[in-house]
Ligand binder design. Structure first.
Ligand SMILES: [Zn+2]
Ligand SMILES: [Zn+2]
Length: 161
């Protein structure tokens, strides 16, 4: 098990969680593509007792999942960052959105669910040209694996969209 922590983009909502880092998964479903506004979502299931909201109060949107069951999607009402999904009633398990985790570079997914809905170009992304920032300079090789030396995190620098 591994302790992680994270926050939404504006910082109003912060959390801590204890997760199994071998259970990180990618979800390619159409609903995750839309709600995350990107190609896929990275998440992990965490029990309620292993998830702690430290500050802020997420807004909740209840969707109807492909199964027909309602699903509560929690996000920051100020900055729009998706935080987790859970049952609107029991709330025993949370599907934590790991793009918000400070340790996200160490959390490598081990399975892809709803793979039939994956965007078709994803399998070719490794051969796509890589540039640093938005400048067009060649980028260094892909990020190192956990335990290897890596470049400092420059995530919060600059004016990227
Ligand atoms: Zn926020
Ligand atoms: Zn999904």
């Amino acid at each position: 098990m591994m302790d992680i922590d994270g926050a939404c983009l504006c910082g109003a909502i912060r959390y801590e969680a204890t997760i199994d880092p071998t259970k990180v998964r990618i979800c390619h479903c159409n609903q995750c593509q839309i709600q995350s506004a990107t190609a896929f979502r990275i998440g992990v299931l965490v029990a309620r007792e292993d998830f702690r909201l430290l500050s802020g109060e997420p807004k909740v949107y209840v969707k109807t999942a492909e199964s027909g069951r309602p699903r509560a999607l929690a996000f920051c009402a100020d900055c729009g960052t998706a935080l987790y999904g859970t049952s609107p009633t029991e709330q025993t398990m949370f599907s934590l959105r790991l793009g918000t985790a400070r340790q996200r570079r160490e959390l490598e997914p081990t399975v892809q669910i709803w793979a039939t809905e994956a965007l078709p170009w994803l399998s070719r992304i490794a051969s796509m040209p890589r540039v640093a920032g938005q400048t067009g300079r060649p980028a260094p090789p892909p990020a190192a694996l956990p335990g290897e030396a890596r470049a400092p995190d420059t995530h919060h620098r600059g004016d990227r969209a």
